[in-house]
Design a protein around this ligand. Structure first.
Ligand SMILES: Cc1ncc(COP(=O)(O)O)c(C=O)c1O
Length: 419
């Protein structure tokens, strides 16, 4: 199968949900990917933050091989040996008490929202209406399912699917006054990404997170942090909220947790768990033996990588800032650890830079129109950063780039009744 054939087949057979880059990857090793023509790419996106250990990590391969041969799935109707151990490790590093395992980020987020409403009902034993309002942040992104969309503060994701889940209000990003104004005793949760990812790599401010923590703690509402993109080592600590010293009531994780297998988790406290009982929430696939066994291995490897994320992250950030002094159309350099963003002056320039880097054999992506997003594997070394910076320096001088091949999106409609 070659790329043009693949593009034509997908255009005919798949829902037109993606505008893929015209690259056909066939294998990966370390921080590199290779396409079908054996061109090598340095990966500074890692499958949107999933492949934190890069490709073909020996410890992950060994666990995959061993566990795939023993047991892949049993459903949540029975016990297997890995959920409790994984929960033990995740609660230890997060300061939470309990875990629920699912299959993706959006599913973790949906479950977290349900926890807030369920606890509000369970604690409402005084005859008043239970807390129900959820405060989310403008510019946020929490996933594609209805609850996640309802709390995603970007019109382009929400509007095509309205009406969404009711009871959600949006607070202006990092606006303390707006948070104070909208928060009252009807709020069951304040929910936010500790560092907004899709929204352009924007860390929430210390003051804002602290205020959200104080208001929720005082009223009994929950502080729910989405660490699906910024959690599990991405910022050089296990969780981004550790940089702030503010403890959430619920935290969601996913992306790198099972090193490429689909696995998400909700982590929470014993108090919040009182809102749940058997039958109230569940999943068929979530937390199977294969993904949990791999996640345990991921966490074991992660322990020794946090320092590298911190050190290389600082070096990387300093190099990006150096570029910002040279290229006047760099508006900002943001982020923590190996979750970094460079805001440019225009969407066209950002698009051209991503395309040019791809031609040079380096993978990044563009988010929020103008922001170059860097989410490399935690295993990158200084020489990889230097390679990226050299290529980016060149790419920033390129005005526009012609794409070699565009995906074909045209679709012929065929009536359902047609034979
Ligand atoms: C912060 C955040 N929350 C939720 C999600 C949704 O995760 P998933 O795509 O696994 O459903 C994402 C995905 O990019 C994300 O970055």
């Amino acid at each position: 199968m070659n790329l043009p054939t693949l593009i034509r087949s997908e255009a005919r057979l798949l829902l037109p949900t993606y505008e893929r880059q015209p690259v056909f990857f066939t294998r990966g090793r370390g921080v590199y990917l290779w396409d079908a023509k054996s061109k090598r790419y340095l990966d500074f996106l890692s499958g949107i933050g999933v492949n934190a250990l890069g490709y073909g990590h020996p410890a992950i391969q060994a666990t995959l091989k061993r566990q795939a041969a023993r047991l892949i799935h049993v459903s949540n109707l029975f016990f297997h040996e890995f959920q409790a151990e994984l929960a033990q490790r995740l609660t230890k590093i997060s300061g939470m008490d309990r875990a629920f395992f699912c299959n993706s980020g959006t599913e973790a987020w949906e479950g977290a929202l349900k926890l807030a409403r369920a606890l509000a009902r369970a604690e409402n034993n005084n005859g008043h209406k239970a807390k129900w309002r959820i405060l989310a942040l403008e510019n946020s992104f929490h996933g594609r399912t209805f609850g996640s969309l309802a709390t995603t503060g970007q019109a382009k994701y929400r509007h095509p699917f309205a009406p969404l889940v009711p009871g959600v209000n949006f607070v202006a990003f990092n606006d303390l006054e707006d948070l104070r104004r909208q928060f009252d005793s009807s709020v069951c949760a304040v929910c936010l990404e500790t560092i907004q990812g899709e929204g352009g790599i924007r860390p929430v401010s210390q003051e804002f997170l602290q205020l959200a923590g104080e208001l929720t703690a005082r009223s009994g509402a929950l502080l729910i942090l989405d660490e699906i993109q910024c959690g599990l080592g991405r910022t050089g600590r296990y969780f981004a909220y550790e940089h702030y010293g503010v403890m959430p009531d619920v935290v969601t994780v996913a992306k790198p947790l099972a090193a490429g297998l689909p696995l998400g988790a909700i982590l929470t406290t014993n108090r919040v768990a009182r809102g749940m009982h058997p039958g109230l929430h569940g999943t068929t696939f979530g937390g199977g033996p294969l993904s949990c066994a791999v996640a345990i291995t991921f966490l074991e490897v992660l322990d020794d990588l946090l320092e590298n994320v911190q050190q290389i992250g600082e070096y990387f950030r300093a190099q990006l800032q150096m570029l910002a002094t040279k290229h006047t159309f760099i508006r900002d350099v943001r982020g923590l650890g190996l979750m970094l963003g460079v805001e440019l002056d225009s969407p066209d320039r950002a698009k051209a830079v991503v395309q040019n880097l791809l031609q040079q054999g380096i993978i990044i992506n563009r988010t929020h129109e103008t922001v170059l997003r860097f989410l490399p594997p935690y295993t990158i070394e200084q020489k990889h950063v230097d390679e990226l910076i050299g290529a980016l320096d060149k790419a920033l001088l390129v005005k526009s780039v012609k794409l070699p091949i565009r995906p074909i999106i045209g679709h012929k409609l065929v009536a359902r009744s047609q034979p």
